[in-house]
Design a protein around this ligand. Structure first.
Ligand SMILES: [Fe+2]
Ligand SMILES: [Fe+2]
Length: 326
């Protein structure tokens, strides 16, 4: 239905290319201001939740699998903090720089609150397995701004969002259940930096750099697939539907991709397709087949004997690598 307040759409003919670009940059700057107005006091939130629900004491059968999941998130937050601080320094556009600075502020809070939560839960601070560690190091170490942004904003943030969402949904422990939506809200804003800034950056990539970006994503996808296989047992024990969580990641990534394709033809971008140059869309190509292989519909009981043997071999290898390189 036509919105009578917005018709006729004068802006379509009145905005110059410079004005359209300026609006996009304004939106990026808005991420910074939103980050400031929505910033929550980590100490106050955690203290008030512990006051309300008592010390976090999950069901004993959930403690170890939960600790392993929290280990990935905790060290993922530390990496996200370093990566966003690096982005804030290296991105040249002033407005995107502000958005990355705001993200670094959020990630510092995410790290210390999760660390304090783990301490309140008791036991040692959780460690991260070899696969998660090497994925994060790969994003930390790359010199390419495009790889860093795609690795962080498209791959790491979306997977973190899905894990926060699934853990909160599983209602394992009331302090955690009430705490994680604060994280989800911030992470959704961080994904926004990638959606808004990548369409400005990717059209500048040459053939070699865009091929390198594809190779980088394939390597990251390999780590994520293996990481998913490693977490299978823990997620089962926590009652989390891993196929559903993976589909949630793909849905967010696919939505990001679609939004980026809608980019106006600005800054010399001739075709909208150039806004996603070098990026892989996990909802297309072999993406769905990989999901069906690792997280089969109907569970492992419903698959063919050949599929089961292949999946068990992949899972065992992934678990062995995760332990060996931790
Ligand atoms: Fe975070
Ligand atoms: Fe984040």
């Amino acid at each position: 239905m036509i919105n009578s307040k917005q018709w006729p759409p004068y802006h379509l003919v009145e905005d110059s290319i410079e004005e359209t670009a300026k609006k996009r940059l304004d939106k990026l700057e808005r991420l910074y201001h939103m980050g400031q107005s929505k910033a929550w006091d980590g100490r106050e939130v955690l203290d008030s939740l512990i006051k309300k629900h008592g010390q976090p004491r999950p069901d004993p059968k959930h403690v170890e699998p939960l600790r392993r999941m929290l280990g990935i998130l905790l060290w993922g937050e530390l990496a996200a903090w370093a990566i966003s601080a690096d982005l804030a320094e290296r991105i040249e556009d002033f407005e995107a720089k502000m958005a990355a600075t705001s993200q670094a502020h959020d990630e510092a809070r995410h790290f210390y609150v999760l660390r304090d939560y783990c301490k309140a839960m008791g036991g040692s601070v959780p460690r991260i397995g070899g696969i998660g560690k090497h994925l994060l190091l790969k994003v930390l170490h790359t010199d390419s701004l495009a790889e860093k942004l795609v690795g962080m904003q498209l791959l790491v943030e979306t997977n973190a969002l899905a894990i926060f969402h699934a853990l909160s949904d599983a209602k394992l422990e009331p302090v955690l259940t009430d705490l994680l939506p604060y994280y989800e809200q911030d992470e959704a804003r961080h994904v926004g930096l990638g959606v808004m800034y990548l369409p400005q950056l990717l059209p500048q990539l040459g053939r070699i750099d865009s091929a390198k970006l594809v190779a980088f994503q394939l390597q990251c996808a390999g780590y994520l697939m293996a990481g998913g296989a490693v977490l299978r047992e823990d997620m089962d024990l926590l009652g989390i539907d891993q196929r559903k969580a993976t589909k949630y990641v793909i849905k967010i990534q696919s939505d990001m991709f679609d939004q980026m394709l809608k980019t106006p033809k600005e800054r010399g971008v001739k075709k909208n397709r150039d806004s996603v140059r070098g990026m892989l869309n996990s909802s297309k190509g072999i993406g769905p087949a990989i999901v069906n292989f690792i997280h089969p519909e109907g569970g492992v009981e419903a698959i063919t004997p050949f599929h089961r043997v292949a999946l068990e071999a992949f899972t065992k290898t992934s678990v062995a690598i995760d332990k060996a390189f931790a």
